[in-house]
Design a protein around this ligand. Sequence first.
Ligand SMILES: CC(C)(COP(=O)(O)OP(=O)(O)OC[C@H]1O[C@@H](n2cnc3c(N)ncnc32)[C@H](O)[C@@H]1OP(=O)(O)O)[C@@H](O)C(=O)NCCC(=O)NCCS
Length: 168
Amino acid sequence: MMARAHPTLALRPYLPADASLLAEIFRASVEELTEEDYEPAQQEAWASLADDEEAFAVRLGKHLALIATLDGSPVGFISLDNPTDIGLFYVHPAAAGQGVGTMLYDAIEKLATGRGGSHLLVEASDNAIEFFQRRGFEPQQRNSIAVGDEWLSNTTMKKKLAAKGAVS
Ligand SMILES: CC(C)(COP(=O)(O)OP(=O)(O)OC[C@H]1O[C@@H](n2cnc3c(N)ncnc32)[C@H](O)[C@@H]1OP(=O)(O)O)[C@@H](O)C(=O)NCCC(=O)NCCS
C-alpha cells in the first residue's frame, strides 16, 4: 500500500469515549500554546481544570462538541455551550498552526448560523484574541477569572452572524 502524502483532517461529533484523550489535548494545549501570555502558575491552574476527567466529560457531554481528527486521531475540539457561547476550544500543540482551529471554528459558526443565532460570544484567552479578531469578533470587555489560587485574564468577544439564508 502507498503511504498517504497528505494527512486527512476531518470533523466528527464528540463521543464519551473521547474524554480522556481530549483532557490530554487540553492540558498539552494550555502548557505549550499559552506561555507567551500567562505565567507558569496560571498555566498550571488552567491545565488542572481537566484533571477531574469525569467532570470534564460531563461538561463536554452537556453541549454540542466537535472533534477534529488527523488520520482518525483526535487533535482538537470545540464546544458550543448554548446557542451563542463558544466554550472549550483547544488544539494539540503538535497540530497547531495548520488550520485545525479554523476548521473547528468554521463548523461551529455554520451550526450556530443554521440554528438562527444572531451572534457568537467567546471568552478569548489572550493568546487567542488575534484568532478571533481575524474572524470578525470584536472585544467587549476584559475579565479576570479565578482559577484555583490564580487569576487569569480573558476578553469577552462578540461576532454578529449573518441571518440564516442571507446572501452575502
Ligand atoms: C487558538 C487555537 C485553538 C487555534 O488553533 P490552531 O489549530 O492553531 O489554529 P489555525 O491553525 O487554524 O490557525 C489560525 C490562525 O492563527 C495563527 N496561529 C495559530 N497558532 C498561533 C500562535 N500560537 N500564535 C500566533 N498565531 C497563531 C495561524 O497562523 C492562523 O492565522 P490566520 O488567522 O491568518 O489564518 C490554538 O492555538 C489553541 O489551542 N490555543 C491554546 C488554547 C486556547 O487558548 N484556546 C482558546 C480558548 S478561547
